[in-house]
Design a protein around this ligand. Structure first.
Ligand code: ZN
Length: 388
């Protein structure tokens, strides 16, 4: 996309520039609750060829959605959709910009609504925002200016999430504690406890020993590639699209130690640090009305082997040769760090009328302890043959 389109050899009557005065556009909270982000700045107009009369100066807040997998290969209309979200008209009638007065600053501001999807550069789809200015002089010359606007979202951290997984027909239960939100940069703790590892009989016991723990973070992306009117027939009509999916690994590690095994209590305890690989340009979670969605899961794989020991001599264990892989996954909420930035409406002291009679209610504010994850609590078991 070109920044300016200028016929060769004709000097533009004005140059355009922009100063953004507001802090980086950062939404707080989920789309349904976010108060949005305030942007403000100055459009700077400088006459270049003497006094000039401008008929109109208009600025658009543009959202550009791009798909890398268009319905029709190499069709620009299938690949990219541009939507104007907001429009500023700086001039209500033609205005003279005097060369002697130098640069004129035209102020602008707007509250960007917090429900829109944030700037995203996924494996299939992208969402970009820009401020696009079109200025027309009285002699018909047009000057354009475009400035990229990055919009991000930060979810406030809440209580840690406790999840449980069972692995029938074994007695094994895995309890995992994860932070409520994780960030694309930096590590986070994962606390695990496995119970039910020892089964005692009259004289002997069988028990599971953890050999290896592998964690993996997967980034999942879905998108509906739209079709332009020319190629709508390819997807069965106007308004329909092509469902696309992509999944990639954005962090993994194999651990062979670092946990404490207590066979008499029948449990294993451990904590490790996991992290998203920031060199993979991970994206934050997002969901857009056009069907684009990015989410993350933490996959845990535990390799366990069975051993047998007499109750009188529990330290004299013999491997039975049986082994299993336990596999399960947990949702991760990947979000930008809120950092020192505060929501624009938090900056203002509350007005008397704004003070609620009772504490404000937030949708995600649970007073009960969440022990179960929203997805199925049953993990997956794979039988394994161990050589050792
Ligand atoms: Zn097309």
């Amino acid at each position: 996309m070109s920044i300016t389109s200028q016929p060769a050899g004709s000097p533009k009557p004005v140059t355009l520039d922009m100063v953004i005065e507001s802090p980086p556009a950062l939404f707080q909270d989920i789309p349904q609750q976010s108060s949005g982000a305030l942007i403000s700045g100055l459009l700077r107009v400088t006459p270049k060829t003497g006094d000039v009369v401008m008929n109109s100066i208009t600025m658009y807040l543009e959202c550009t959605t791009t798909t890398k997998k268009p319905v029709e290969a190499r069709c620009r209309e299938c690949m990219q959709t541009v939507t104007d979200l907001y429009e500023w008209n700086f001039l209500s009638k033609p205005k003279t910009f005097k060369a002697g007065e130098g640069t004129a600053d035209l102020p602008f501001s707007h509250l960007i609504p917090g429900h829109i999807p944030v700037t995203t550069h996924g494996q299939i789809g992208s969402i970009d925002y820009s401020l696009h200015v079109r200025a027309k002089s009285s002699d018909g010359q047009e000057t354009e200016y475009r400035r990229e606007l990055i919009i991000q979202r930060a979810l406030r951290p809440g209580n840690d999430k406790n999840s449980m997984r069972i692995f029938p027909p074994t007695n094994l239960t895995l309890h995992v504690t994860l932070p409520s939100v994780v960030f694309p940069i930096g590590d986070f703790p994962v606390t695990c406890r496995m119970t039910g590892i020892t089964t005692k009989n009259d004289d002997s016991q069988t028990r599971w020993r953890l050999r290896k723990l592998t964690w993996r973070i997967e980034e999942k992306e879905t998108m509906v590639s739209p079709a332009c009117s020319k190629h709508a027939a390819k997807v069965g009509g106007e308004g329909k699209g092509l469902q696309q999916e992509s999944s990639r690994e954005v962090g993994t590690e194999e651990l062979k130690q670092g946990w404490k095994t207590d066979f008499s209590d029948g449990q294993i305890d451990g904590e490790f640090m996991a992290a998203i690989d920031s060199s993979k340009q991970p994206q934050c979670d997002m969901e857009a009305a056009n069907g684009m969605k990015i989410s993350h899961v933490l996959v845990l794989e535990l390799v366990i082997s069975e051993e047998w020991a007499p109750n009188k001599k529990p330290h004299q264990a013999t491997p039975t040769g049986a082994a299993r892989v336990l596999r399960t996954q947990f949702n991760l909420n990947v979000t930008e760090r809120a950092g020192l930035g505060i929501s624009w409406d938090d900056e203002q002291p509350p007005m008397y009328e704004d003070v609620p009679a009772s504490p404000p209610h937030y949708q995600n504010d649970h007073t009960s302890v969440h022990f179960y994850d929203e997805n199925n609590i049953q993990g997956e078991i794979e039988h394994l043959t161990l050589n050792n």
